[in-house]
Design a protein around this ligand. Structure first.
Ligand SMILES: Cc1ncc(COP(=O)(O)O)c(C=O)c1O
Length: 407
């Protein structure tokens, strides 16, 4: 009992230490963001203890939707508001907020539209494609074959002509546009035309760029012809960790049927409530947030380049999204050195400005961040740099682009 208690207390202490430490850090991981106080409150609300499951039942010869659980009257209303807000925000025919993660949202079209043996096309992980679609991961788990889209590495976009030939030759069931290094829009419109002629569906995985799409500052995949848009809700979109699906009305039924009991039973209603609130924050603040994110990532790319740090895609102004890619040897060792100075990045050379933007940083701070990174890379004094990082982050602790309900 004593051991249990001390482990319990240690876990409590570690949670506190994590919060305290990460507040002092500059977080440049493009897959992460911070949520508003209202979203955090929803996440820890009673909704996180509850179930709700609407199923069709026959009453006096009529088929109606009825909830298996009682006590759900508010939950069901929240889900309705959230799905409506998502449709409006993304100009989508339907939405589904049940996938618990971006990865799960990627599975939905595979379950809904493919049969064993079908071919799906994806971007190769060598070209920044999401590893979930690598052979051996999702496709094989679901008895599908994966084949990779031809790619123009130097521009970080799909090679349309070569992709068209490959689609015509192999007739994939799905063409999935999914990148974990998305710096530029992909040719959705052009690929859609080929897909239509070959009876393939086109799925856009917006995990990284969802917040930029919501803010109207990146490509608009559904308008450009994607049949479905799936993705995470917590990278450039600043919702709770989770996933969602959007798309044309004609796919509503197949998508809705592919989720319960195949992928998700309880979709975690605290998360859906929190996501609903984030949808409204995006509706009001998304445009200015996303605009600032893109200005910041370009500014960070430029400042790093000018200070002698190698960054990819110089000739394309580094990026059109929330992330840039540095191009130095040994990203693993760079990441470990930066972490010692409280600058948090991943080990793939991606730098994302979504979280620091939400905390209020602008182009001037991007220049400071570039100098801090350059100093670490050039062997500067880590303790001194760490002190400068802590000073900078102490001025940007608030979360912006959200409603202040106390006013
Ligand atoms: C393009 C892409 N899709 C899907 C995912 C999986 O998202 P999640 O972590 O929400 O499951 C990732 C993860 O970073 C990703 O980069």
């Amino acid at each position: 009992m004593e051991d249990l208690k001390s482990d319990y207390l240690e876990a409590v202490e570690l949670i506190g230490k994590h919060e305290e430490w990460r507040l002092k850090c500059l977080n440049l991981i493009p897959s992460e963001n911070v949520t508003s106080p209202q979203v955090r409150k929803a996440l820890s609300s009673d909704l996180g203890h509850r179930y709700s499951f609407n199923e069709p039942v026959e009453v006096s010869g009529e088929r109606i939707l009825s909830n298996f659980y009682c006590g759900t009257r508010y939950i069901d209303e929240i889900v309705e508001i959230g799905e409506k807000a998502a449709c409006e925000l993304f100009d989508s025919g339907f939405s589904d907020l049940r996938p618990l993660s971006g990865h799960m949202s990627d599975m939905v079209p595979l379950i809904a539209f493919c049969k064993p043996g079908d071919i799906v096309f994806a971007i190769s992980p060598e070209n920044g494609g999401y590893p979930g679609f690598q052979a051996g991961n999702l496709p094989e788990t679901l008895s599908l074959k994966v084949s990779y889209l031809p790619f123009r590495e130097e521009e970080n976009v799909i090679d349309v002509e070569a992709a068209a030939k490959k689609i015509e030759a192999e007739k994939p069931r799905l063409v999935i546009i999914s990148s974990s290094f998305p710096t530029f829009p992909q040719p959705v419109k052009e690929i859609k035309e080929v897909c239509m002629e070959n009876d393939s569906l086109i799925i856009y995985d917006a995990s990284h760029v969802l917040g930029l799409i919501a803010g109207g500052r990146f490509q608009q995949p559904l308008v450009e012809g994607a049949d479905l848009m799936v993705g995470s809700t917590h990278k450039s979109f600043f919702g709770p960790q989770g996933g969602l699906i959007l798309g044309h009305e004609r796919y509503r039924e197949e998508v809705k049927e592919a989720i319960p009991f195949k992928l998700v039973d309880n979709p975690h209603f605290n998360r859906i409530a929190a996501l609903t609130l984030a949808m409204f924050e995006m509706k009001v603040y998304g445009k200015s947030y996303a605009g600032q994110v893109i200005r910041n990532s370009k500014a960070l790319g430029k400042a790093l380049w000018e200070q002698g740090v190698k960054v990819r895609f110089v000739e394309k102004e580094f990026t059109e999204s929330h992330m840039i890619q540095i191009n130095e040897p040994n990203h693993l060792s760079i990441a470990l050195k930066l972490e010692k100075a409280n600058i948090i990045v991943d080990k793939a050379g991606r730098l994302g400005v979504n979280e620091v933007t939400r905390r209020g940083m602008r182009e001037g701070e991007m220049e400071k961040i570039a100098s801090l990174i350059r100093n670490v890379l050039k062997g500067g004094n880590i303790q001194e740099i760490k002190g400068e990082v802590e000073k900078l982050t102490s001025e940007f602790r608030e979360v912006g682009y959200c409603f202040d309900l106390d006013k």
